[in-house]
Design a binder for this molecule. Structure first.
Ligand SMILES: Cc1ncc(C[n+]2csc(CCOP(=O)(O)OP(=O)(O)O)c2C)c(N)n1
Length: 204
């Protein structure tokens, strides 16, 4: 959509399972291409809607419908992944820190490349209840104590919140449009060597 119509502002909302497991391939390469899309990833540490299967963000050892004896795998940090794969804007907040989240989303949609806002969320029925995380209200309030602004991160196990990367990059759609213009120029005149039937022996 974004490539076909660069005037569009494309915002996608997804879960941790959607982003990093089911759509993991797409997520990684969207970061790598740094295409101008905003991904808002609501991370509740579980596949909630489909019955509570573990996701790539489920902490090791935690109980889920598909890990009744504890999750064996390591969990993925969505922000680290996005940053390392080349996204231009990467931030994390929580459903407790609404003002902070709002600012991050506002910035994300105006950045020139792929932007990711991870929003830590809660799922009582499919995750919290199985892992003694307290009531839905307690789970919500715990987001305050379990997270810390990046500048105050102390390596004590709390999850950092804030902006991890905010860099201006060449916009993929602009570069793509430049290629389209170049291709049209060639179409009107001499074709590119690889598209020239005389050189490839084929037809265009
Ligand atoms: C390609 C594909 N595989 C599987 C599904 C089925 N499916 C829909 S939502 C979902 C899990 C989503 O979990 P998450 O993204 O963490 O969102 P939550 O329900 O927790 O909000 C799955 C497996 C699908 N829609 N598409």
């Amino acid at each position: 959509m974004r490539l076909a119509n660069p005037r569009l502002k494309v915002i996608t909302v997804m879960g941790d399972g959607d982003a990093i497991a089911i759509g993991g391939n797409h997520f990684i390469h969207a970061c790598r291409r740094n295409i101008e899309i905003t991904a808002i990833v609501v991370n509740n540490f579980i596949y909630g809607m489909t019955g509570g299967q573990f996701s790539p963000t489920t902490p090791t050892g935690d109980i889920s419908a598909t890990s009744p004896y504890g999750n064996l795998a390591q969990s993925v940090d969505i922000c680290e992944l996005a940053r390392d794969c080349g996204a231009s804007y990467v931030a994390r907040s929580t459903i407790y820190h609404v003002n902070e989240m709002e600012k991050q989303i506002a910035r994300a949609v105006t950045t020139s490349g792929f932007s990711v806002v991870e929003v830590l969320s809660t799922c009582y029925s499919r995750y919290g209840k199985l892992n003694q995380k307290g009531s839905p209200r307690e789970m919500f309030l715990a987001l305050k104590d379990q997270t810390v602004p990046i500048a105050k991160a102390a390596g004590d196990g709390r999850i950092s919140r804030g902006v991890f990367i905010d860099r201006a990059e060449a916009a993929y759609s602009d570069t793509y449009q430049a290629i389209v213009a170049k291709a049209r120029e060639h179409d009107a005149g001499e074709p590119l060597p690889l598209l020239n039937p005389a050189r490839t022996g084929g037809t265009r």
